[in-house]
Design a protein around this ligand. Structure first.
Ligand code: ADP
Ligand code: MG
Ligand code: ZN
Length: 469
């Protein structure tokens, strides 16, 4: 690539408090248009907002989890603009005194992406295109949001996607948001500029608004790179502007020239006193954080010896990692990890299913089953069969294990059987010796048939090789 990308993100995340930021209306997604509303969140004259303290605590928890400096005093401010989704003609946000300053996200390539700030604000309503024309739904208006602003530290699509995934996993793990991009509870604006490698100054950026999927983010970055590179190649200058992205065409297009913060005529919100959190409250919020996904990932790879790829899958969804922790208790973590990933992940494939991970076999029951296998009481074929039965009937493993299943083949017994297998399969033995590797499978197959699949196939193979050695 000829130019280096410089990217800073503004990420909006809806907080999953029960009620809205200034009234008691529900924050639930969906619902008939304009049914989750009241005079406050539709901006009726004469109403007064009451700040939802829970939203402040959620925002502070997000800040704590992202290593921000959570402020004891921050101030809500009015940001003015006129648009039908904003009935008051201003959005209550924070400006010069936000709730959180600093913070960072560490990427797997060792680079640290610094955060500028996190502030609290209210969401706006939604314009809906219908057959009767442009309609407005205020259900989303007044849902509490945080905006996470990064420094222009990101250098490409991979870094941007990993950064977004980090925010998503972390915020889900601490329970402040479900971060569902498809429902709009997480969306981001991509600020992107180009410069020649080694250049000290940043170029002029464009800001592409409201990207609501990882695919859209990647496509918008690619498009903006090509568009700006073409301008620069031709000796032109990039104009600072706000752009929109169309998922249909994969293109961005100009919405308006970039506004300055002056244009918003910010001023402190006179109806809400300063937001205060005591040092003690902030310390308590930090102290109550669970183990964060990034730390968990490190523990799974470094202490439990799980591969980085598997550890990533297991830590991505809180419900999955909780399930794994119970399923592996007292056993080899690798066995449990590989069982969950190979057997169960292939059954539960959608994002939302994994997010709400609730398999029909409980973690305790799986733990018992894997325990029986690890201690050599049952073999792999039995594990597979019993697992399928457990999934059907939601009973513990013991309900499906017969005496025959647990009939252990002692080493002596197995050795005896292998000797017979060699004797009775002289042709396969000869074939194997003359170089047909596959013939060995036939001899092992004899042992498996004789034991109705209860012998350990790997052990049998080793023993047979030793005998014909
Ligand atoms: P505004 O609030 O007007 O959108 P800010 O200066 O707060 O502007 O920056 C918004 C975002 O743009 C931040 O994430 C910041 O990192 C990013 N940014 C600022 N300058 C550049 C640049 N030259 N190239 C890319 N991103 C930039
Ligand atoms: Mg902006
Ligand atoms: Zn309301």
């Amino acid at each position: 690539m000829k130019y280096e990308m410089v990217i800073g993100l503004e990420t909006h995340v809806e907080l999953s408090t029960k009620t809205k930021i200034f009234c008691g209306c529900t924050t639930q997604f969906g619902g008939e248009p304009n049914t989750h509303c009241c005079p406050i969140c539709t901006g009726m004259p004469g109403t007064l907002p009451v700040l939802n303290k829970e939203a402040v605590r959620y925002a502070a928890r997000a800040g704590a989890a992202l290593s921000c400096d959570v402020q004891t005093r921050s101030v809500m401010a009015r940001k003015h603009y006129v648009y039908p989704d904003l009935p008051k003609a201003y959005q209550v946000s924070q400006f010069d005194l936000p709730l959180c300053l600093g913070g960072y996200v560490d990427l797997s390539n060792g680079r640290r992406i610094n955060l500028t700030r996190i502030h609290i604000e209210e969401d706006a309503g939604k314009l809906v295109h219908t057959s009767r024309g442009e309609m407005i739904d205020y259900n989303r208006g007044g849902v509490p949001l945080i905006e996470i602003v990064s420094e222009p530290d990101l250098r490409g699509t991979d870094e941007v996607l990993e950064y977004m995934e980090h925010l998503q996993t972390t915020l889900r793990a601490i329970g402040v948001s479900d971060c569902r991009m498809q429902e709009g509870s997480m969306r981001c604006d991509v600020n992107l500029s180009l410069r020649l490698p080694g250049a000290k100054e940043f170029g002029t950026r464009s800001e592409t608004k409201n990207l609501n999927s990882f695919t859209a983010i990647a496509a918008a970055i690619e498009y903006e790179y090509a568009r700006q590179a073409e301008i620069l190649d031709a000796g032109g200058v990039v104009i600072q502007e706000t752009r929109g992205f169309s998922a249909e065409t994969g293109e961005t297009s100009s919405l308006r020239s970039k506004e300055n913060s002056d244009d918003y005529r910010y001023f402190p919100e006179p109806d809400i006193i300063a937001v205060r959190l005591s040092e003690e409250e902030i310390a308590a919020i930090r102290g109550a954080l669970p183990e964060l996904p990034a730390a968990k990932l490190r523990r799974y790879t470094d202490d439990l010896g799980i591969s980085a790829a598997d550890a990533k899958l297991l830590t991505k969804y809180r419900a999955v990692s909780e399930y794994f922790e119970t399923a592996q208790a007292g056993l080899s973590p690798k066995t449990a990890a590989s069982f969950i990933i190979t057997t169960m992940f292939s059954e539960i494939t959608t994002e939302s299913e994994r997010e709400h991970w609730n398999p029909s076999v409980s973690a305790q029951n799986l733990n018992e089953l894997l325990g029986l296998s690890e201690s050599g009481k049952i073999n792999r074929a039995t594990v597979k069969r019993v697992y399928a039965q457990m999934a059907q009937e939601q009973k513990p493993a013991s309900a499906f294990i017969t005496e025959e299943d647990t009939q252990v083949f002692g080493d002596g017994e197995l050795s005896e059987l292998c000797r017979r297998a060699v004797e009775e399969n002289a042709k396969s033995v000869a074939d194997y010796k003359s170089g047909r590797e596959k013939a060995l499978k036939a001899i092992v197959g004899f042992v498996m048939r004789e034991t109705k699949g209860r012998a350990d196939a790997q052990k049998a193979e080793q023993e047979i090789l030793r005998i014909i050695g």
